[in-house]
Design a protein around this ligand. Structure first.
Ligand SMILES: *[C@@H]1O[C@H](CO)[C@@H](O)[C@H](O)[C@H]1NC(C)=O
Ligand SMILES: *[C@@H]1O[C@H](CO)[C@@H](O)[C@H](O)[C@H]1NC(C)=O
Ligand SMILES: *[C@@H]1O[C@H](CO)[C@@H](O)[C@H](O)[C@H]1NC(C)=O
Ligand SMILES: *[C@@H]1O[C@H](CO)[C@@H](O)[C@H](O)[C@H]1NC(C)=O
Ligand SMILES: *[C@@H]1O[C@H](CO)[C@@H](O)[C@H](O)[C@H]1NC(C)=O
Ligand SMILES: *[C@@H]1O[C@H](CO)[C@@H](O)[C@H](O)[C@H]1NC(C)=O
Length: 269
């Protein structure tokens, strides 16, 4: 009796340890669910499966849109186009409110998740972050002649240096990104077009008409996609912090370990 009890207890302990050791990471769905302002954005992240890619990565920044800002994308475009647009809001580097204001030369180009899809051409997959005068920080496509149409509004969440979630006031529209698969590109991408009294279609520029100058001078990528090598300065002290928001990832190997040890325990009994 005693030996098998000990063995099964040991097996159970080992199983629990195996599970516990895989508890880590973040859950963007969970982070955004704290605020109803991001329900639309959050829903589209799930629908496009971008949640998995975001949760799997470290050293990233997610630029989120509140429901009002999201309405210019939601419903008006196919899911594949929305996925591309949202991929452009996932920066493969860590920016918190402080580092936004400490960019060397006050401006930088950063790689986005969109760049990793193979869908991006020219500079489409890069985002320009510029520390503007008066404490404002602007975001825009790195493609030539793009404007810094999106502005940082507030911080939502930071888990240094794994994930930073920042709110911006408008989607970042790279040239052509909204017409990726749609046959007719929506002629009214900007809110100002709505308030224009005279409906002159000649004025509306389709993003797809952008000349292919983009391909002529791709920027030197700030860094290539390095999901695991980069975060060298992650502090060990904060490992236990933020347990509330940490996702409980139970990966396949851990489950396998549990099942095997449990099976072994029953065989011994
Ligand atoms: C950051 O990510 C690493 C790797 O997934 C994880 O081990 C660590 O616990 C995370 N840190 C925090 C504070 O969540
Ligand atoms: C993330 O959080 C959401 C909402 O709490 C939950 O439904 C989902 O299963 C979590 N995902 C992971 C990978 O833990
Ligand atoms: C998301 O993943 C599911 C299951 O893997 C798949 O059926 C669905 O088509 C994917 N959706 C998108 C937009 O990629
Ligand atoms: C994320 O990681 C899980 C578990 O390691 C894996 O099953 C899944 O395919 C990964 N998803 C992406 C999009 O990389
Ligand atoms: C970002 O855009 C601004 C405004 O167009 C430009 O002045 C700046 O040089 C760009 N930054 C980089 C790193 O290209
Ligand atoms: C662009 O992205 C969509 C959706 O993610 C995908 O179905 C399509 O194959 C991609 N196109 C290219 C050229 O990679």
């Amino acid at each position: 009796m005693a030996p098998s009890r000990v063995l099964s207890l040991l097996a159970l302990t080992l199983s629990l340890l195996a599970v516990a050791s895989t508890v880590s990471g973040h859950n963007i769905t969970q982070i955004l669910s704290d605020s109803p302002d991001y329900s639309s954005f959050n829903s589209y992240l799930s629908q496009t499966n971008l949640t998995d890619e975001i949760n799997n990565r470290t050293t990233i920044t997610v630029l989120v849109l509140n429901n009002a800002a999201m309405s210019s994308l939601a419903g008006t475009h196919p899911l594949s186009v929305i996925k591309n647009a949202l991929s452009l809001l996932v920066l493969l580097d860590y920016y918190d409110p402080l580092t936004l204001h400490q960019l060397s030369e006050g401006t930088t180009l950063t790689t986005t998740l969109y760049q990793t899809t193979g869908n991006a051409t020219g500079n489409q997959g890069f985002v320009n972050i510029t520390d503007l005068k008066g404490g404002k920080v602007g975001f825009g496509s790195a493609a030539p002649r793009s404007k810094l149409d999106s502005t940082y509004t507030k911080s939502v969440k930071q888990i240094p240096y794994n994930i930073s979630v920042l709110e911006i006031d408008a989607p970042i529209i790279a040239p052509g990104i909204l017409s990726d698969i749609t046959p007719p590109p929506a002629p009214a991408p900007a809110p100002e077009a709505v308030s224009a009294p005279t409906p002159t279609p000649a004025k509306s520029q389709s993003p797809a008409e952008e000349p292919s100058r983009a391909a002529a001078s791709p920027p030197a990528p700030p860094e290539d996609d390095s999901p695991e090598g980069a975060p060298s300065d992650s502090p060990t002290s904060s490992e236990k912090s933020n347990a509330k928001n940490a996702a409980f990832h139970v990966n396949a190997p851990a489950l396998f370990t549990v099942l095997v040890t449990l099976a072994a325990t029953f065989l011994l009994l």
